[in-house]
Design a protein around this ligand. Sequence first.
Ligand SMILES: [Zn+2]
Length: 78
Amino acid sequence: MAEQRCCPHCGVALTPTIGPPDSGWGDLLVCENNECVVFSGSKTDIRYKPSDSPLGCRYAEDVDGGYKSFNMLAFRGM
Ligand SMILES: [Zn+2]
C-alpha cells in the first residue's frame, strides 16, 4: 500500500477491498470497524429496512474515483 488511509469517523485504518463486479466500482477502501458511528448509527438511516435486517452502511472510499467517500451497504456481522 502506497498510502494508509483512515476512517474520518472512527480513525480506524481502512481495509482495501474490491467492489462487486456489477457495481462499477474497482478498488475500494472500507471501514470495517463495527463500532464506527457510520455503521452503528446506520440502523436509523435505512427506513425500509426491517428491524432484524443485518444490513448497515459502512464508510467507504472509491480509490479510482479520487478517494471519493460514500456509504456502502453491507451486511452486519461480517
Ligand atoms: Zn469508521
